[in-house]
Design a protein around this ligand. Structure first.
Ligand code: GLN
Length: 198
């Protein structure tokens, strides 16, 4: 299989890399925009979204990311990655890529407690199941556009969502021993590769 990229500018990219490699997928740490051309999908990890954004802008990543998204190559953003991919960002507001029609409120979970682990619920392939979820100063999805499918909730609030080739999670699936969400993303990448062949 073609490699999957993990944006490796800042944040917990190594945990995503380990998870994907454990699933037998080659991973490329993406540090330069041109490297996006070598990968079939991209994970944007958690970290600090303002810092990530500054690094992306400094390295002139945005046009390459726009091309990546326009080609419908799958992108998976967790936590800070979700914030970068959202259409609107608040608390405080900052520029975002807008590839998924949701609004994200930063640091909305865990103001009192920096992080917590809980059990949420996901529905993938019409199968509903509980899933342990780790939240670390996580963003809350405060608005979901018409084209967006909510795939996971915590206390009835959306925490996992997809619009076309873009998947986002407010929690950190790379920090639990659950492979479900990464497997789901890999399937999105396989579907894209398949579609390109047709
Ligand atoms: N609070 C961080 C931000 O606003 C995100 C936290 C995380 O990615 N774990 O960027």
């Amino acid at each position: 299989m073609q490699a999957i990229g993990v944006l490796a500018l800042q944040g917990d990219f190594a945990a995503h890399q380990h998870r994907l490699e454990a699933l037998g997928v080659p991973v490329l740490q993406v540090r330069k925009p041109a490297e996006l051309e070598q990968v079939a999908g991209l994970v944007i990890p958690g970290g600090e979204s303002t810092t990530l954004l500054k690094l992306l802008q400094a390295d002139d990543f945005l046009p390459a990311l726009d091309r990546f998204h326009a080609a419908q190559k799958p992108i998976f953003g967790t936590c800070a990655g979700l914030i970068l991919l959202a259409r609107e960002v608040s608390d405080p507001a900052q520029f975002s890529l807008g590839y998924i029609d949701i609004a994200a409120q930063r640091n909305a979970y865990g103001r009192q407690r920096e992080s917590f682990e809980t059990i949420g619920e996901i529905t993938l392939y019409e199968k509903r199941e509980p899933l342990p979820m780790v939240f670390i100063r996580a963003p809350r999805i405060t608005r979901v556009g018409k084209g967006v499918t909510v795939l996971g909730t915590h206390r009835s609030e959306p925490v996992l969502a997809r619009e076309g080739s873009v998947l986002v999670a407010s929690f950190h699936p790379e920090l639990t021993d659950q492979e479900t969400i990464h497997r789901y993303f890999l399937q999105m990448v396989r579907d894209w590769i398949e579609k390109k062949r047709e």
